[in-house]
Design a protein around this ligand. Sequence first.
Ligand code: TRP
Length: 459
Amino acid sequence: MTDRDKFKSKIGVILATAGAAVGLGNIWRFPVETGQNGGAAYIIIYICFILLVGIPVMLAEFVLGRHTYSNPIAAFRQLAPRTPWVWVGRLGVFSGLLILSYYSVVAGWTIEYSYLAITNAFDGGTPQDYKDVYNSFVSEPILPIIYLVMILLATHFVIVRGIRKGIEKFSMVMMPMLLVMLLVLVVCSVTLSGAGEGLEYLLKPDFSKITNKTVINAMGQSFFSLSLGLGALCTYASYFDENTRLVKSAFTIGLLDTCVAILSGFIIFPSMFHVGHHVNSSDIGPSLLFVTLPNVFHEAFDEIPLLGYLFPVVFYLLLVVASITSTISMLEIVVTYISEEYKVRRSRASLFVTFISVVIAVFCSLSFGVLKNFTIFGMTIFELLDNMVSNLFLPIGGMFFSIFVGWKMKKQLVVAELTNHGNLSMRFVSVIIFILRYIAPIAIILIIFNQLDIISLLS
Ligand code: TRP
């Protein structure tokens, strides 16, 4: 393992890991959930979960990865030889492959929408037009597949260049760009007339909308958004060096991820209220990004045509960049595993995984069109994978990561990692271990029961 690549700089560690975290989950899923669940009240609960569960579980992955300097499967094998713990690693790698495949379908759509924005195709449409464009595009057999292949190939080319020259370099360029684009869009959106109402909606808590289900949704969302549960961050941490401050990095990444999510709300809601869209209607649903927003963007800046043109261009490019920094983390888990376990070159491993992923992704993509009626448990292939992975495999994986680091790993090893062998303050250490032992596993079991609808069955 001595020739393992490493991240070069502290800022590289933060930007690469934050890149894995910031993705469609922040810019799309978070505003949708906030819109459906009581605005700021939801945000407050979400932030509590980031602090109480998300960051500690992230630390569990960091501790395991940096302590063993290996992929999750080898890490479990090294610390708990000949036990079923390796299956947690295997579940993670397998989920990584699946999530990569269906995520790249939607990531591919963002390329088409960037193209539509660049060619000014949103100009002059009616709401029905936007809906038709979306429906006919996603159900087309060829074009979405070309785009998902583009996403997967781009991801592949970053991965083959390695950690330092690939992932780190790419993130060092893309993440600052992403943050600048985000801030520019926020400024444009909050200065629209009527934006105040949107901001008020986002910032004024309405606790009457909060139910058990909302609380548990917030927890699931915090998990997905921080990329927890399948060992992606464990893999990244295996490329940290002994001086990386795990606790500080986890807080910084959690903060960045949450800011991007909330700022995406600052882009979306003010422009929606500006054009008089009502939140909570069907506009805030999965089609938000591709049906509602083109419509909103088109109307919002009708007095300033240049902005009306540039705003969607920047917005969809932002989505492309955010998606690719995330797909990189998904491919990396699988590639690290294959190249280390089977001793093959990274480039070979990556080509192989990319190929398998294209095959799965093609089926996911077709499940919006010709395979729409092919359902398993009442879900299309895409829906099945999304539900299985994000609602079940991620929380299960996260729970085992926290149980492993909380209970099974020797406490002095965990403390040594969290404090860089006694060189950093012990301030949060006992709280973190307490959370990993008790709070995180219980909270996560609740998420899983909720996903399986066991809670509603019981009541
Ligand atoms: N966090 C990313 C997002 O918000 C998605 C993601 C990337 C992810 N890597 C992951 C989710 C690993 C779970 C596990 O879009």
